[in-house]
Design a binder for this molecule. Sequence first.
Ligand code: HEC
Ligand code: HEC
Length: 276
Amino acid sequence: MDLNRRNLLCGLGGLAVGGMLAARPESCQAEDTLPFSRFQQMGGDFSWKPHKLEPAESARIAYEAYWHKGYACGFGTFYGIIGVMAEKYGAPYSQFPFSMLEFLKGGIANWGTICGALGAAAAAFSLFYGRKEQNVMVTELYRWYQSTKLPVYNPGTMAKGVKGNIPSNVSESVLCHISVSKWCYANKVEATSKKRSERCGRLTADVCRKAVEILNAKIDAGKTFKGAMPKPESVAYCGDCHQKKGEAVNWGKGVLNCTPCHDGRGALSDKFLNHP
Ligand code: HEC
Ligand code: HEC
């Protein structure tokens, strides 16, 4: 059966992109297992249409989503963008298997790597834009995250973890480990506490709001979209030698702020020696 016909009969378009089999007639599910040509993608690459959203509404929903079944930061941010599109526009957004975003919790399976809220925002952007355009959006969001005092969002009476004000700080880093650990140390809060969860829930709302602002601006500007956040001084300075093509010391991978790891601060001295 030709693909267009299968599409009509089984509504395959969005489903194949979302990578999920929903409840449809069994004959349709059997069709889906038919030969699939290598690297084929329904609708074409990056083919979903982005919609502008209301940043404050998405932030509120992202906060609520953070607490939904404990799916946390990645699910929260992603749902605040793609889930809200699903609620407003239905398919194909509604066919995305949202729960997969749980993997980002704790910086991916509790490994403390990328902040899950940031990983999810990049994933959401990637549904609409290929690498070149998406990198500009991600860079804007990540630079903002590294240099902004977070969290800002306050759910008021809707708070699900801890009510009232929560301290905020500048993480200097997109990594979950650094972002969370610094905040916990500065405020003497256990990393496994409700208060820390509340901090990350609010931060999820902040990241979602900023991501939606970036997406809205991108939709307006199209290919000419440019970020406003400057390159961190450390990346400009260190990168001048360590990230320059042809330089003998061009070894430094990544454009994340170099400062928290390479400026020799106390936390980076040898803790295997003379340490409580
Ligand atoms: C003017 C060029 C230049 C700049 C700017 C520069 N580096 Fe280097 N860096 C070097 C050179 C050359 C070496 C190799 C030295 C060696 O082999 O002993 C090096 C080595 C290193 C090393 C490995 C050896 C070591 O000493 O630990 C690290 C890590 C490093 N640089 C990080 C940084 C960071 C972070 C910055 C920004 C704060 C930076 N560098 C800025 C030239 C530069
Ligand atoms: C999250 C912490 C972190 C950040 C951020 C970071 N680095 Fe590193 N970097 C490391 C660690 C850890 C190593 C490995 C050091 C080792 O084992 O000797 C390393 C290694 C390097 C090396 C190789 C030298 C060596 O001794 O292995 C260079 C050069 C370097 N970093 C430059 C940079 C530059 C430039 C930036 C900013 C663009 C940066 N780093 C950001 C943690 C970081």
